[in-house]
Design a protein around this ligand. Structure first.
Ligand SMILES: Nc1ncnc2c1ncn2[C@@H]1O[C@H](COP(=O)(O)OP(=O)(O)O)[C@@H](O)[C@H]1O
Ligand SMILES: [Mg+2]
Length: 253
């Protein structure tokens, strides 16, 4: 049976239609106490490239990432990963603004992740070294993870997510509380993950960061997609009134 035509169909601009989407939300509604926090959201993201989710506070960006991670289920509508309904485990990773690390050394945090992701005992040391190198964490490997600076902790959190070799990497404002240098280090890890073929979905309020990393922008407002636009074009000429207002610095209420 053909799919019913949804209210708004937003197709990713990258490789649209070539493969099943990495993740697709179809008329998704999420309600809490009678209020629709995500309100008929339809969005389909291709399997490669970097999609940046932007939008005012409360637009539903974090909830959308949680839906994409399979951490919460929609009250209405559907979420699909590569065209299937099964909630992914290892192929999807979510990194939060505030890293949550174990009260152990950096090395132990990464070892634990590799074990959790089912990497064989024999292969673990090699993969561990690789992760430490990627995160430029070699000199910090034996330090307790929780005493590191915010930027260092976020590097640990990000390479720990990469330990799963996720196909879909979801990042919720990962540099929101970091200085420019720490932000640059996180951005280079994100670029590396994208080059290695992971699909990236990044939430950020940092326009410069969005311009540096995004292939396309998804602009959310009131739990709905206002527009999906190639990044360059979005910053030159956003297609929605909400996008224009946001870039003009007007508060969206
Ligand atoms: N568990 C919850 N219960 C009730 N309201 C929630 C819950 N989680 C989020 N919200 C509300 O849903 C809206 C969207 O939240 P969120 O996705 O976190 O927004 P964003 O990340 O875009 O700032 C906000 O108004 C928020 O207060
Ligand atoms: Mg949020």
């Amino acid at each position: 049976m053909p799919e019913p035509i949804s209210r708004a169909s937003h197709l990713s601009v990258i490789e649209a239609g070539v493969k099943p989407p990495a993740v697709a939300l179809h008329d998704v509604v999420l309600e809490r106490r009678g209020k629709a926090l995500v309100d008929g959201l339809t969005l389909s993201l291709s399997t490669s490239g970097t999609t940046v989710l932007m939008g005012p506070n409360g637009a539903g960006k974090s909830l959308t990432l949680r839906l994409m991670a399979g951490l919460i289920a929609p009250d209405e509508g559907r979420v699909r990963w590569n065209g299937v309904e099964t909630t992914p485990s290892q192929s999807v990773a979510l990194v939060f603004q505030k890293p949550v690390l174990l009260r152990r050394s950096v090395r132990a945090n990464l070892k634990h992740a590799l074990k959790t992701y089912g990497v064989s005992r024999i292969e673990r040391p090699r993969r561990l070294e690789k992760l430490l190198e990627m995160g430029e964490l070699e000199n910090l490997a034996d330090r307790p993870a929780r005493v590191l600076s915010g930027g260092e902790q976020q590097r640990v959190a990000l390479v720990r997510a990469l330990a799963a070799r996720p196909k879909l990497l979801l990042l919720d404002e990962p540099t929101a509380s970091l200085d420019p240098q720490a932000t640059a280090a996180i951005e280079s890890l994100i670029r590396m993950a994208a080059q290695n073929g992971a699909k990236i979905v990044l939430v950020t309020h940092d326009r410069g960061q969005a311009q540096r990393l995004a292939d396309e922008i998804v602009f959310l407002n009131h739990g709905q997609v206002a527009e999906v636009t190639p990044a360059q074009r979005f910053f030159d000429a956003p297609q929605s009134q909400e996008g224009r207002d946001y870039l003009d610095g007007h508060l969206l209420l």
